[in-house]
Ligand binder design. Structure first.
Ligand SMILES: Nc1ncnc2c1ncn2[C@@H]1O[C@H](COP(=O)(O)OP(=O)(O)O)[C@@H](O)[C@H]1O
Ligand SMILES: [Mg+2]
Length: 139
């Protein structure tokens, strides 16, 4: 899909968010400024969360109070190959919520638990190519 403005990307993310179920984990791939946080903001809105959503660049994890709860990671600052369990970044109730992961490249190879992969490519200053892959979905 090609989106020609931030608003278009956001609107798509709101509807995508409405399809998510507790336990879903969304990996967001794309360079700095691609729109991972724009999509995260839309997904949160789609799930009913109206508060502030920004990249947890320094804290690595934001948890938004919502039903279901939303866990928003930005792993940019981690070493590649990190096990989020080991760094104590995996609340034991993660499975009860929706998880959004910016910079999933930093995780160890094993991406167990990821249910959706979103890839964002920057086409121009204002347009983005976005692909969504559902893991384990029928072809
Ligand atoms: N079509 C588009 N979709 C999403 N963001 C866009 C688009 N066009 C321009 N932008 C801009 O790109 C930036 C994306 O920022 P952000 O979501 O924080 O990126 P990331 O989290 O991937 O680093 C924002 O400044 C946004 O306004
Ligand atoms: Mg971001």
């Amino acid at each position: 899909m090609t989106f020609n403005s931030e608003q278009e990307t956001y609107n798509w993310a709101v509807s995508f968010g409405q399809t998510l179920k507790p336990g879903d984990m969304v990996a967001l791939y794309g360079n700095l400024g691609a729109g991972k946080t724009v999509i995260s903001r839309g997904v949160c809105k789609g799930l009913g969360f109206d508060g502030n959503v920004c990249s947890p660049t320094y804290t690595l994890l934001h948890e938004y109070p919502n039903d279901p709860p939303i866990f928003h990671y930005d792993l940019y600052r981690l070493e590649p190959g990190t096990d989020i369990c080991e760094v104590g970044l995996e609340p034991d109730y993660l499975g009860k919520g929706i998880t959004l992961i910016e910079w999933p490249e930093r995780l160890e190879e094993n991406t167990a638990g990821i249910t959706h992969i979103i890839k964002i490519e920057i086409l121009s200053e204002t347009s983005r190519e976005v692909t969504l892959e559902k893991i384990g979905a029928e072809p």
